[in-house]
Design a protein around this ligand. Sequence first.
Ligand code: PSV
Ligand code: MN
Ligand code: MN
Length: 394
Amino acid sequence: MDQEAVMARLDAQAIETPSWAFGNTGSRFKTFPLPGAARSVWEKIEDAAEVHRQTGIAPRVALHIPWDRVDDPAALGRFAASRGIGIGAINPNLFQDDDYRLGSLTHPQAAVRAKAAAHLEECIAIMKATGSTDLSLWFADGTNYAGQDDFRARRRRLRGGLEACAALLPKGARMLIEYKFFEPAFYYTDLADWGAALAHARAIGPQAAVLVDLGHHAQGVNIESIVAVLLDEGKLGGFHFNARRYADDDLIVGSVNPLELFLIYAELVAAEADADTGTAACARTVSYMIDQSFNIEEKIEGMILSVLNCQEAYAKALLIDRAALAAAQEAGDVLGAHRIVMEAFRTDVRPLLAGWRRRRNLPEDPVMAHRDGSYLREIRRDRGTAAAASGYGD
Ligand code: PSV
Ligand code: MN
Ligand code: MN
């Protein structure tokens, strides 16, 4: 792909940031308060807008309900628009109420399932009022002991709850079903892997797709091949980008394994150009979202870095010589094919990206522009240091 074509593709890239990354968050051991950290959903939106201002490719912010207190969603949508961004995915919270001890949509008691369904309905109302088109679903549901509950009964309850939820979605909106192989349940997780999520998404139909969170797999799993399968099935709905080393660490995207991030983008670029129209269409509708929390580092700077690392990985993936790669693969040239992929990965795209930013009147170095800019100074001065709560979002 020539430089102009790469520039045009970079123009279309969009990465959604998560509101929950901008407030004070910590581990179960300690939450360290950061001067200037956002104290409300309004301030989180302002911080997300700063990330977009500096990078040019983060035009939406995802919300988490009720970590984000949203009394008037339409007003919140207008506020976001006034700051130059939109509202992205709505994330229901079906894991922090006492009632959810045995599950939410999978709970053995109908009354708790109904409560979970009502919360999903409330989130869909927020989608309608804010213009959000993605309902992002993660369930902490699972069991801790053999015999605690019936696997298939739980699966059927979940299917019923998802189907009922899908029926309420506005036209053109989707539910993205996230899986995670461990945590918080220790014996069995109702949506443990992409296969479980895919089966539900297929049964529900065009309004459901699978969400891949990079932190939700066992060590060493080949995530790019999962991405390829889901694209081929027309069921890759979106990503929660982050980086992990030991568990679901939610570190800065690309900070642990930039090669993995690049190889994931390589699958996406290939699928966008696929002759199969279903695969290509699926690749074009993927929602690129970040799911992170910052415990000791600067939050807005960390988010800018995450967004830029996605841009760098995408730019490198666009540089893969696809024709040469196809020829090497057909010829069975194992190392020739590998070399072509690694050539693109090793290319220094920083000058290309600086050029792209110059053309868009963006700072050439967004991290330094943020560090030296007035926004950071002002929020540190005006917000002070908020008392850190124990959980994520309060
Ligand atoms: C769960 O680990 C998860 O990745 C889900 O996406 C949640 O919504 C998010 O983290 C925030 O806890
Ligand atoms: Mn996630
Ligand atoms: Mn996670």
